[in-house]
Write a protein that binds this ligand. Structure first.
Ligand code: NAI
Ligand code: 15L
Length: 271
C-alpha cells in the first residue's frame, strides 16, 4: 500500500464478519490508517492497523463508544434478508438510529449505508426506475432499509451528515440465477462503489443503485452521477452457465415479475 493512498485516519466497518464485510475488510484497510471492524459474530484477530470491536447495533451505549474517533463509516451490519420483525427492528431500525445518533455526537460526517434493492422490490422487471421513484418495499427487510434511507436523509438535512445509500442488487462471487444476470454486483465493482462514495469531495445525500455493467438494467443512476461510480464488470460471461442450470420461471410467477425476485413471495415470518 502506497503511503499516499491513505485517505482516512480511522474508518469503521460494521457487519465485518458477514459475506460482504469479509470482502471489504482487507480492501478498506488499504485506504486508512486504522480500520475499526465490528459485528456480533466472531471477527477473528486484529490484523495490523485494525481494531476489533464486537458490538450489537441495538446496544446504545456500545454504539456510542464504537463511533468515537471515527472519520467515516461503511455500515453493512444488520439483518440482510427477510425475517421476523423483532430482529429486523433491533438491528435495522433501532440499530441504524443508534449509528446516526452516535455519528452526530462524535462529529462523524460521512456514512456509506448498505441499503438494498428490496426497498424497490415491488417495481416490475419491465420498468426502469431511478432514485426519485417512490419506495415500494417487498417485505419487512425492505421497509427497514427504506427507514434507514429516510433516517439518513434527516441526518443530512438537519446535521449535515452525508450518506450514500447503496441499493445493492446481488453481490456474490457469481450471479446465482437468471434474475442476478441483471442485479449482480461483482465484488470489485462493490469496492469501486464504496470507495467512490467514501471519497467523492461533496457527497450530500445520495441513493445509488449497486449493480455491475450488466446487459440489462432496471436502475438508472442519473441522480448519483456526481459520485462517479463506474462499474467495470458484467454478469454476461456467466449467462450460459446460469441459464443452463436455472430454468426460466413461469411468466406469472411473482419472482419473475418483480424486481425483488423471490423476496416478493417470502414471509411473513412469526416472531
Ligand atoms: P451478511 O448477513 O452476511 O452480513 C451482515 C452482518 O451483520 C453479519 O455478520 C451479522 O452478524 C451482522 N449483524 C446482524 N445483526 C446484527 C446486530 N444486531 N448487531 C451487529 N451486527 C449484526 O450480509 P451481507 O451479504 O454481507 O450484506 C451486507 C449488507 O449489505 C447488509 O446490510 C445487507 O442488507 C446489504 N445488502 C447485501 C446484498 C448482497 O447481495 N450481499 C444485497 C443488498 C443489500
Ligand atoms: C439482499 O438485500 C440480500 O442481502 C442478499 O442476500 C440478496 O438476497 C440480494 O438482496 C438480492 O436481491 O439478490
Amino acid at each position: 500500500m502506497a503511503a499516499d493512498s491513505l485517505r482516512f485516519s480511522r474508518l469503521l466497518l460494521t457487519g465485518a464478519a458477514g459475506g460482504l464485510g469479509k470482502v471489504l475488510r482487507p480492501r478498506l484497510k488499504a485506504h486508512c490508517e486504522t480500520l475499526r471492524v465490528s459485528d456480533v459474530a466472531p471477527l477473528g484477530d486484529a490484523a495490523p492497523g485494525e481494531e476489533v470491536r464486537p458490538c450489537a447495533l441495538e446496544d446504545k451505549a456500545a454504539m456510542m463508544d464504537l463511533l468515537e474517533g471515527v472519520q467515516a463509516v461503511v455500515h453493512l451490519g444488520g439483518v440482510s434478508t427477510e425475517a421476523a420483525f423483532s430482529p429486523i427492528l433491533a438491528a435495522n431500525i433501532v440499530g441504524v438510529y443508534h449509528l446516526y445518533e452516535a455519528a452526530r455526537r462524535h462529529g462523524c460526517k460521512r456514512i456509506v449505508f448498505a441499503s438494498s434493492n428490496h426497498v424497490i422490490g415491488f417495481y416490475r422487471q419491465d420498468q426502469v426506475i431511478d432514485a426519485r421513484d417512490p419506495a415500494r418495499p417487498d417485505g419487512l427487510y425492505g421497509i427497514s432499509k427504506a427507514f434507514g434511507e429516510d433516517l439518513s436523509r434527516y441526518y443530512f438535512d438537519r446535521f449535515g451528515i452525508e450518506t450514500a445509500c447503496l441499493r445493492i442488487g446481488s453481490s456474490f462471487p457469481e450471479p446465482r440465477d437468471r434474475r442476478m444476470l441483471t442485479t449482480w454486483l461483482s465484488y470489485d465493482d462493490l469496492e469501486r462503489l464504496v470507495m467512490a462514495a467514501l471519497t467523492v469531495p461533496v457527497l450530500g445525500h445520495a441513493i445509488v443503485f449497486g449493480a455491475s455493467d450488466n446487459r440489462a438494467s432496471w436502475w438508472d443512476n442519473r441522480y448519483a452521477a456526481h459520485i462517479g461510480y463506474r462499474p467495470r464488470d458484467s454478469a454476461e460471461p456467466f449467462r450460459e452457465a446460469v441459464e443452463a442450470r436455472s430454468p426460466a420461471l413461469p411468466h406469472d410467477d411473482p419472482a419473475a415479475l418483480y424486481q425483488g425476485g423471490a423476496f416478493v413471495r417470502t414471509g411473513p415470518f412469526e416472531d
